[in-house]
Design a protein around this ligand. Sequence first.
Ligand SMILES: [Zn+2]
Ligand SMILES: [Zn+2]
Length: 132
Amino acid sequence: MKPILSGRCICGDVTYQCESEPKFSIVCQCRQCQRITGTGHSPQFVVESGKTTVSGNVQTYAMTSDQGNDVISAFCGKCGNPIYKTTSMMPDVMAFHAATLDDPSLFKPEVLVHSNSAQPWDYIDPELKRAE
Ligand SMILES: [Zn+2]
Ligand SMILES: [Zn+2]
């Protein structure tokens, strides 16, 4: 079956395929996403883990979210590119950083989360729905 979404890291060692549409898509302004991306926010799409395949040398770093959930950041062991996150709050899904897509224009942001951590220089479309 042809994947609906596919992507990879900078060096190409880590690749992924998703066989279902995203459950939802977010733009996250939490401090972890800021640090992970080095920017003001991380656009991410959330897919079912059972319908997603990841290949290559994926390394992980475990951390605790501002809300106290266990969060894992997965990145390429060769080039260091952050690829996705998982959280104990929603164990059956993976949140992929949208710009790792082979075609990032397929990403459609639906909701802004953790805007309470927003940086004053980080412009977000005012039309984008706010979660909080
Ligand atoms: Zn890589
Ligand atoms: Zn975040």
